[in-house]
Design a protein around this ligand. Structure first.
Ligand code: ADP
Ligand code: 5GP
Length: 205
């Protein structure tokens, strides 16, 4: 049992410790720039990659199966829940989203640090399972800018934009649960700030 350590009441296995070291959670309201920042990070540093989640949300015109998400029916998603296929899963804007154990473990076995771009409930579940995992919350400069970005992206219906903006305030209230908060005003600056957080964490572990 030498590879197990006691973390409070929770016994962490070697695999758990590897996940704590190599997972990076990025959350923030829809349209704040999470995906843009995460993609820029993977371009800067090829030891970083983004986990591809499963979702029941319909595919957007610019998305590809297996690249942006694994698109599932409700039944397929429920089967994955029953097979214990998820690290976490949550509902958002009327659809299910989940971090696939298989996708994350494969990437970590390839020596990557894996970015989870996930909403706040899922992030809380990951932090509970893997105490000490790095988590970063991306804030918009202000709510008007958030709305403009979401509308300019032009990927959601008016109804979905309204729901996402309504959810944003509650999500921002939970920013204090994260290790770091980064305002995405200038994109390059935000990417640099997040990258420095990741580099500093690498030095600690
Ligand atoms: P999220 O993943 O948080 O939903 P996206 O990464 O899709 O957000 O970004 C939403 C929109 O805002 C995209 O069109 C993106 O190009 C744009 N965007 C992201 N960051 C900035 C920024 N710093 N300044 C201006 N536009 C931005
Ligand atoms: P979108 O529909 O814009 O792609 O994603 C909606 C929200 O779901 C975003 O906040 C995104 O970060 C989050 N999300 C994407 N994948 C997952 C996941 O696997 N788990 C959880 N909990 N949230 C996710």
């Amino acid at each position: 049992m030498s590879e197990n350590i006691n973390h409070g009441n929770t016994e962490l296995s070697g695999t758990d410790k590897k996940l704590i070291k190599n997972l990076i959670i990025i959350s923030g309201p829809s349209g704040t720039g999470k995906d843009t920042i995460a993609h820029a990070l993977t371009e800067k540093d090829n030891s970083l990659c983004i986990s591809v989640s499963a979702t029941t949300r319909p595919m957007r015109a610019n998305e590809k199966e297996g690249k942006d998400y694994y698109f599932k029916t409700e039944k397929e998603f429920n089967d994955l829940i029953n097979e214990d296929g998820f690290i976490e899963h949550a509902c958002y804007d009327g659809h299910c989203y989940g971090t696939l154990k298989s996708d994350v473990c494969r990437r970590i076995d390839e020596g990557k640090q894996v970015i989870l771009v996930i909403e706040v409930k899922g992030a809380a579940a990951v932090r509970e399972k893997f105490p000490g995992v790095l988590s970063i919350f991306i804030l918009p400069p202000d709510m008007n800018t958030l709305e403009k970005r979401l509308r300019k992206r032009a990927t959601e219906s008016e109804e979905s934009i309204k729901k996402r903006l309504a959810a944003a305030n509650d999500e921002i209230m939970r920013a204090c649960e994260y290790d770091y908060k980064v305002v995405n005003a200038d994109l390059d600056e935000a990417v640099e700030t997040v990258y420095n957080i990741i580099l500093n964490r690498r030095k600690e572990i």
